[in-house]
Write a protein that binds this ligand. Structure first.
Ligand SMILES: Cc1cc2nc3c(=O)[nH]c(=O)nc-3n(C[C@H](O)[C@H](O)[C@H](O)COP(=O)(O)O)c2cc1C
Length: 366
């Protein structure tokens, strides 16, 4: 038995689309412009964050009226930082793997290997219609994403890459220069059966919406069993919206205000669109399949992870998520710059203390 567990990693959502991370008219002191985001990235790396995750949206909806493109924005954040890793979101369809592999390899060289990708599979049918992208059925979207990921990895690592896929074709392709180490990591988002199967075959990281430790554990058990059978290793990132305040009452009052000031029409519009995600899969399960109105006020069910309370309560709950199999927690906040700093100063040190205490218990037990 190992006497030392890996430290849990922290990522934050890059607010590169307008309107913040909740569909609510509550005050959100969060900007979506580059100046706000450069400073935020610098605050995050100085306060113990490992990763930043950018978002890709091609069109407005439910508050995100303006959306900066993810790869170019990620590069700007990398250029403004020195240690932070930035994950650029990529949507197969608008991107093809030849372009994505080349773009990311170049950014990898420009930034000492600090760029990663999040291959997203699409849930927003209205967006696909607006930009003239073919809308594929749920599981077909994942079949395409899997080929996309196989293509990225093949192009980055093989000298003469050939793929005869249903969506992409490469013949003796040698892309140079290859990425330098560390190689770009490949994340994916989604929790349907198709998403879990894809993760267990090709992805380095599986991102899932916010959820209870019990529900996370079910996903982790399924992915790990399948990944083991495939001889593949995949790590797990869980979304959470953090409301850390000096008292639990204060934190709960903020959540109540977010929900009370939610825009019901926008939340309903979002609810209609996300039925195209896991709910539309053959199994009818996945992201948003069981979300309530309150859950949907935060785009990725972040309240469900319950990181709402005092720094001590939040640190304990992070350890519980870690016990359930989370390797990384992806965080959203109301007031990003202020709260990323508060989280880094007040919560992360408590998490590290709890992790160290666990490790010494393990050593004592050996
Ligand atoms: C952490 C995370 C980040 C995501 N980022 C984006 C994004 O930037 N753009 C996008 O269109 N979809 C994004 N998605 C959506 C997923 O790629 C996927 O389409 C959706 O979760 C449906 O998954 P499921 O049907 O497999 O459960 C994200 C999902 C997660 C969990």
């Amino acid at each position: 038995m190992s006497s030392h567990s890996d430290a849990i990693k922290f990522a934050y959502w890059v607010p590169n689309v307008s309107g913040g991370l909740v569909i609510s008219s509550i005050e959100q002191r969060t900007g979506w412009d580059i100046d706000y985001n450069r400073k935020l990235a610098q605050i995050a790396e100085a306060n113990g964050f490992d990763y930043a995750l950018s978002q890709i949206r091609f069109t407005a909806g439910y508050g995100a009226d303006n959306q900066h493109e993810s790869v170019s924005f990620s590069h700007a954040l990398l250029a403004a930082t020195t240690t932070l890793k930035v994950i650029a979101a990529i949507l197969p369809g608008p991107w093809n793997p030849a372009l994505a592999a080349k773009q990311i390899a170049t950014i990898n060289h420009l930034t000492n290997g600090r760029v990663s990708v999040n291959v997203v599979s699409g849930w927003f049918r209205g967006e696909f219609a607006a930009i003239g992208e073919l809308w594929l059925d749920h599981d077909e979207r994942y079949r395409r994403s899997e080929e996309f990921i196989r293509a990225l990895r093949g192009i980055w690592t093989e000298d003469s890459f050939t793929l005869k896929g249903d969506f992409y074709r490469f013949t003796n392709y040698s892309m140079k220069p290859k990425p330098i180490d560390p190689q770009p990591e490949i994340f994916q988002g989604g929790s349907s059966r198709a998403a879990r199967d894809m993760a267990s075959r090709v992805s380095d990281w599986y991102f899932t919406n916010g959820n209870t430790p019990e529900e996370i554990r079910k996903q982790v058990d399924d992915i790990r069993a399948k990944a083991n059978a495939n001889g593949h290793k995949v790590r797990v990132g869980v979304n959470a919206f953090v409301i850390a305040r000096d008292s639990e009452q204060e934190a709960r009052a903020v959540l109540d205000e977010i929900v009370a000031k939610a825009n019901p029409e926008a939340v309903q519009g979002f609810a209609d669109q996300v039925k195209n995600a896991g709910k539309a899969s053959p199994e009818g399960e996945g992201n948003w399949a069981k979300s309530s109105f309150e859950d949907l006020v935060q785009y990725n069910d972040g309240f469900r992870s319950n990181l709402i309370g005092t720094p001590e309560q939040i640190a304990e709950r992070i350890l519980t998520l870690k016990d359930a199999g989370a390797d990384l927690i992806l965080l959203g906040f109301l007031h990003f710059q202020e709260e990323v700093e508060f989280f880094g100063k007040r919560v992360i040190p408590l998490v590290r203390e709890l992790e160290a205490a666990r490790d010494s218990e393990l050593v004592a037990a050996e």
